[in-house]
Design a protein around this ligand. Structure first.
Ligand code: PGA
Length: 255
């Protein structure tokens, strides 16, 4: 089994855009990012904009993603959003374990794992975010940190579900800082993630897309997409800048 052939460009809008703004933005964006057969595009608006954008995206090749989910399907969990609610809106992908949630909301590897399992049970495709802090990179522990996050996040995920997963490698120090990792460092970490996936899932571990995220822009996208082992990108800040995101989706790779 090989990696899903098409690279994935996923825009994480974070806590930006009201429902009305989201619709207006998508009306401008969709014509500019819909003409590609060889790449997949999806956007992750805030929860409050999902119902408004879902009908627009349904008519387009651009997929719908959510930024988070809870691990129970219903019940007394004030403020949470269940996998079933997302599925009901036509959501395909869901981010899990973004470093901003780990940092500001105290999300742990155990919670990330519960969310991954819940997403898979509901037929959602989790995009599992992993990445080291700056101190870990400086002290040469980046790989062991990422490996440990990965294995804990995927605990008890059966081999048969591996092909529904994507991993986003997002070094924390590169997120929102304008200081992207080097393509060489990204390729090295992606190779490490790939070998863990194959060790755990065998051949099926080869089918998981591994994305890079952290200050991806129109200016550096081609260099990332040319790098070995980069099968897509998770884009934050630039995903709500029309020209930048259109340029990222239109990345060029040497023939
Ligand atoms: P950034 O964010 O592109 O603004 O660095 C990436 C992310 O948080 O997913």
């Amino acid at each position: 089994m090989t990696v899903e052939a098409r690279p994935l460009v996923l825009g994480n809008w974070k806590m930006n855009l009201t429902a009305r703004e989201a619709v207006a933005y998508l009306r401008d964006l969709l014509p500019r990012v819909s003409g590609y057969a060889d790449r997949e595009v999806a956007v992750a608006p805030p929860f409050t904009a999902l119902p408004a954008v879902a009908p627009l995206l349904k008519e387009s090749p651009v997929g719908l993603a959510a930024q988070d989910l809870f691990w129970e399907s219903e019940g007394a969990y004030t403020g949470e959003i269940s996998p079933l609610m997302l599925q009901d809106l036509g959501v395909t992908y869901v981010l899990v374990g973004h470093s901003e949630r780990r940092r500001h909301l105290g999300e742990t590897d155990r919670m990330v794992n519960q969310k991954v399992l819940a997403a898979l049970r509901s037929g959602l495709r989790p995009v599992v975010c992993v990445g080291e802090q700056e101190a870990a990179r400086a002290s040469g522990r980046a790989r062991s940190v990422v490996r440990s996050q990965l294995l804990r996040a995927l605990s008890e995920v059966p081999r048969g579900e591996a092909s529904s997963l994507a991993i986003a490698y997002e070094p924390v120090w590169a997120i929102g800082t304008g200081r992207a990792a080097t393509p060489a460092d990204v390729s090295e970490m992606h190779a490490c993630i790939r070998s863990e996936l194959q060790r755990v899932y065998g051949e099926a571990g080869g089918a998981v897309r591994i994305l890079y995220g952290g200050s991806v822009s129109g200016g550096n996208i081609d260099a990332f997409m040319e790098s070995p082992g980069v099968e897509g990108v998770l884009v934050g800040g630039a995903s709500i800048r029309l020209d930048d995101f259109a340029r990222i989706v239109g990345f060029r790779r040497p023939a």
